[in-house]
Design a protein. Structure first.
Length: 338
């Protein structure tokens, strides 16, 4: 698995391990010591080539390759390298490994771009992303689909909409609000700053995303592209206010245009059609949004004291494992396709 210590990857890794899978992490940096049982690590060069990935996959005897690697913001060159080139290297490597492991690639709703209000995007909706993130994620998906069409690999793309839940990164709207609330909850006049909150988005619990990956890993007949979402657009401002209320912090909410995310500017509405995920993959989301917000807040407050004492140099997997040991409520095992 690539990207195993990122936000989505952390949850996917944990779900795989708890499901009994033998998980091998392909990483450029060694993770901290407290990794779970049944997880091994193979170190990669700083800029791994297709040959290096092929050797690592062959050594691990991988039956499935999960690519959850990528970056959401920053320099365009970094996005091309992490979101596009690495995906192409993974495809090339998987095609050379004996037995041709299945590839489960984590895509993004940003690939669709702007859609008319009130409409639900299907897997065949024309994609028109704007911004470097959406364009690079679409380029990676196109490469996966081309490899599938040519018979070079077996695999599927899970187009994940807006994941939320414990460990939501500060770069996301709700993760950023949770972090601000956690750090300011003892201050006399706390205030939370965000970008504009006018949009409506389709949010899905990150643990439900992990359960979708479990199904895609074992479902040989997975469709080429599958939307992973709840199938309902929710006002972002409403969710932020619900998170503030849930926290109990009497914080002032300030929306600042200057803080608008380049990733989502201009996306006033996004909602997914999820019939393929339900009907063909057998996946249904198990978490309600109030549970996602509650666990986001609980995790944020549990980790805030450690961060207050200085930089937390543990990997996200280690941070999450410590919190989850006492507070984690796993999603029910997804129903396996027959």
């Amino acid at each position: 698995m690539l990207g195993a210590t990122g936000y989505l990857g952390t949850h996917i890794t944990r779900a795989l391990a708890e499901d009994g899978a033998q998980v091998t992490i392909l990483s450029r940096r060694p993770p901290d010591a407290s990794l779970q049982k049944r997880i091994t690590v193979q170190l990669l060069p700083q800029r791994p080539s297709a040959a290096a990935l092929a050797a690592a996959l062959a050594d691990s005897e991988a039956q499935v390759v999960i690519n959850a690697a990528g970056v959401t913001q920053g320099d365009i060159r970094a996005m091309v390298q992490s979101n596009v080139r690495l995906a192409r290297y993974v495809l090339g490597a998987a095609a050379t490994v004996p037995g041709r492991p299945r590839v489960v690639h984590i895509g993004s709703a940003a690939e669709y771009g702007t859609q008319p209000e009130g409409s639900a995007v299907t897997e065949v909706t024309a994609c028109s992303p704007f911004g470097a993130y959406g364009r690079t994620k679409l380029a990676a998906t196109d490469a996966v689909l081309e490899a599938i069409d040519e018979g070079a690999i077996r695999g599927t793309v899970l187009r994940v909409f807006n994941p939320v839940g414990p460990m939501s990164p500060a770069g996301s709207v709700l993760g950023g609000v949770g972090a601000q609330l956690a750090h300011q909850r003892t201050l006399p006049n706390p205030q939370v700053e965000t970008g504009p909150l006018d949009a409506c988005r389709d949010f899905v619990d990150v643990r439900d995303v992990a359960s979708a990956v479990l199904l895609a890993v074992t479902h040989e007949a997975s469709p080429p592209v599958v939307n992973i979402a709840r199938g309902e657009a929710v006002g972002v401002r409403d969710l932020v206010r619900r998170l503030v209320e849930l926290s109990g912090v009497r914080a002032r909410l300030l929306e600042r245009p200057a803080l608008a995310s380049r990733r989502s500017q201009g996306l006033a509405w996004q909602e997914a059609a999820v019939e393929i995920a339900r009907g063909q993959l057998g996946w249904v989301p198990r978490y309600e949004l109030h549970e996602s917000l509650r666990d986001l807040w609980n995790a944020a407050t549990a980790m805030a004291p450690a961060r207050a004492g200085g930089p937390d140099r543990r990997s996200p997997l280690d941070q999450y494992a410590e919190w989850a040991a006492t507070a984690y409520r796993p999603s029910p095992s997804p129903q396996r396709p027959r």
